[in-house]
Ligand binder design. Structure first.
Ligand code: ATP
Length: 238
């Protein structure tokens, strides 16, 4: 039989009170892939990532990691299962130094590996330069890099990224996407939520489009990039 996908979401239903934010979302992410999750504000992208990383419990449906059910496991424990989550708004510990933030990313690991810090510093040299700086005083781009670096310290096989480009200048976005490409090339699988659909689809192998809590399209990234509906709705073309 074919190997189970690294991540599979099966028919997820998630509610906020009476609001059904996910109405049966199913998707897969294979090992080594970059998968983009696109959709307008409120479509349910962040909710999908939160359900995948254990931050939210679905009312029904399943989250499978290599074919094993992991729904019901809390997010801090899922780190040990190889899922890292970089939430929206890059919530770094503002009063801690860069180095302290990075160490926090590894504290759930049974055996932290000094090589992980070297890896993060080689991906993000600016974090090495600023290792003693208080994180709240970093620029937005540097804080995003720190949030990604901190997640990498947990040695994720699968990294969930929520809007890594949000609020950042185009040049910084470009830089961050180059680094995401490198992180993937080094063997980490990525599931990426982005408003910046063009940027995300250039990096991704495949993509899903969410509308009001449902998957309405699923295809190769190149096919989505040239799809008239995607171009009109998410790539700002008429
Ligand atoms: P955005 O880019 O704005 O974050 P999104 O696609 O990530 O959009 P979600 O944040 O997943 O969308 O939200 C999906 C739906 O659930 C929306 O209708 C939103 O208003 C609602 N929602 C999200 N979080 C909550 C919450 N904590 N309480 C109530 N409703 C919520």
């Amino acid at each position: 039989a074919a190997a189970a996908p690294l991540l599979e979401l099966r028919d997820l239903h998630v509610f906020y009170g009476a609001i059904e934010a996910l109405k049966g979302v199913s998707l897969t992410v294979a090992e080594g892939e970059v998968v983009a999750l696109l959709g307008a504000n409120g479509a349910g992208k962040s909710t999908t990532l939160k359900a995948a990383s254990g931050m939210l419990a679905p009312r029904s449906g399943e989250v499978l990691l290599r074919g094993e059910r992991v729904d019901g496991i809390k997010s801090h424990e899922l780190v040990q299962f190889g899922i890292g989550h970089v939430p929206e708004g890059r919530r770094v510990f503002a009063r801690m130094s860069v180095l302290e933030n990075l160490r926090m990313g590894a504290y759930r690991l049974k055996r932290p590996d000094p090589a992980d810090l070297d890896r993060v510093f080689s991906l993000f040299p600016v974090l090495a330069e600023r290792r003693k700086q208080i994180s709240g005083t970093l620029s937005g781009g540097e804080q995003q890099m720190l949030a990604i670096g901190r997640a990498l310290m947990g040695k994720p096989e699968l990294l969930l990224l929520d809007e890594p480009s949000m609020g950042l200048a185009p040049l910084i976005v470009q830089q961050i996407f180059e680094i995401l490409k490198e992180i993937n090339a080094q063997g980490t699988t990525l599931l990426l939520v982005e408003q910046n659909a063009a940027q995300a689809l250039q990096l991704a192998d495949r993509g899903y489009v969410l509308e009001t809590g449902e998957v309405v399209m699923a295809d190769e990234a190149s096919a989505l990039l040239s799809h008239p509906r995607v171009r009109a709705a998410y790539l700002g073309e008429v």
